[in-house]
Design a protein around this ligand. Structure first.
Ligand code: 0PR
Length: 365
């Protein structure tokens, strides 16, 4: 007789230093379980999860400055955004909306080379050209290069608020000036940085006039369960342009890219944002930024070259053999394109785990 298949367990987060996702907050976990069998893609059948999605978008609207930006108008946040499957879907949809509304025959998206690879997927899927421009010495969009790249074919300009590799924040107000001058929309990808940025002092969201759309993911720093991404737009017409008719559903149209969607993701985002926004997230930001600065100091004191952290992400030079040894000791560490090691200080990363990492690093060095 066959022995029963042993129950598999996921990895522990103790040694995960490279992930941009984290352990869901307990409130998110409970809500995800309750709403496992619901589908926000069919709001007429699952009205409670549809209501939770509106609450999530209202929360994300606060966080991105959209609530203030549309203040006084008859804002219905349900028509200004939706909960996506993640940053990739949000970025694809932002590019799609811009492509469909552009006059250009051969629409081009202009983005800094630091933009996430999801923009390459978007360009490929949507048949637009992606024109990437260099970043400056510090890893932010080079404004002269951006201005030179924008022309009559440009359908969308992209800025990144919290780059994947270095956690850099592009100069969004200056990118906005370029976009407004050229009369093109500006999309801000804050998929990872979005839940830190309200507390960092940057201008990055809808408080900047030229910002048309924003990606911000509850399933990253927001501590929701995967999948829960976010796409928000200043104008209702963006989501309208994405919507297709849904003849056999009890609702008339659907703006999301996917059909059936995760009610667990939506419910978990609503629950954790209700619990943590804004004070809990502010405390997370303060703690993570303090830890990142502390870690950068400790690495420098060992003679390593460290990229100064702007958000809680630390990149530093590390010999290949040491990197391999640390991976061998189960540290989940990743590398930038330029081969630096990078540590993403997510909510599950603590002083204790970083101290254990530094002890192993000393051993390997
Ligand atoms: N935009 C930015 C700035 C990102 O950093 C990411 C993902 C995306 C968009 C795409 O988001 P989704 O992955 O939700 O579609 N950045 C990380 C990456 O792709 C995500 C990640 C998550 C990496 C968990 C590792 C990991 O364990 O590298």
């Amino acid at each position: 007789m066959q022995s029963p298949v042993p129950e598999r367990r996921p990895q522990s987060f103790d040694r995960v230093l490279s992930s941009m996702c984290t352990e869901p907050h307990p409130a998110a976990r409970r809500a995800a379980e309750r709403f496992l069998a619901t589908n926000p893609g069919d709001p007429a059948t699952y009205p409670t999860v549809a209501e939770l999605e509106r609450e999530t978008i209202a929360g994300l609207a606060d966080l991105t400055g959209l609530t203030d930006a549309v203040d006084g108008t008859d804002a219905d946040f349900g028509s200004l955004g939706y909960v996506t499957s993640g940053g990739t879907e949000s970025n694809i949809q932002a590019v799609r909306a811009a492509r469909d509304r552009a006059d250009a025959q051969s629409p081009v998206v202009v983005a800094p080379e630091s933009a996430h690879f999801s923009f390459h997927k978007a360009a490929s899927v949507l048949g637009v050209d992606l024109r990437t421009v260099p970043t400056d010495a510090d890893g932010r969009a080079d404004l002269d290069a951006v201005a030179a790249a924008v022309d009559d074919d440009t359908a969308l300009l992209v800025g990144v608020a919290g780059t994947t590799e270095y956690g850099r924040v592009d100069p969004i107000p200056a990118l906005s000036d370029i976009a407004v001058d050229a009369e093109i929309p500006l999309h801000v990808d804050a998929a990872w940085g979005g839940f830190y940025l309200p507390f960092s002092g940057h201008d990055w969201g809808f408080e900047v006039d030229g910002v048309s759309t924003v990606t911000v993911d509850p399933h990253k720093v927001g501590q929701a369960a995967v999948p829960a991404g976010g796409l928000l737009s200043r104008e209702r017409s963006t989501l309208d342009s994405l919507a297709v008719e849904t003849p056999y559903l009890e609702t008339a149209s659907q703006a999301s890219l996917t059909g059936t969607r995760s009610g667990a993701g939506v419910a978990s985002a609503a629950a954790v944002m209700d619990e943590l926004w804004p004070d809990g997230y502010r405390a997370e930001y303060d703690c993570a930024m303090e830890l990142a600065t502390w870690l950068a100091d400790r690495l420098r004191s060992r003679g390593l070259d460290v990229v100064d952290p702007e958000l809680p992400l630390v990149a530093f030079d590390l010999p290949d053999s040491v990197f391999a040894d640390l991976r061998g000791r189960d540290w989940r560490l990743s590398r930038t394109g330029a081969d630096e090691a990078r540590i993403v200080v997510m909510p599950h990363v603590t002083e204790a785990s970083l101290s254990a990492f530094l002890a192993d690093l000393d051993d390997c060095l």
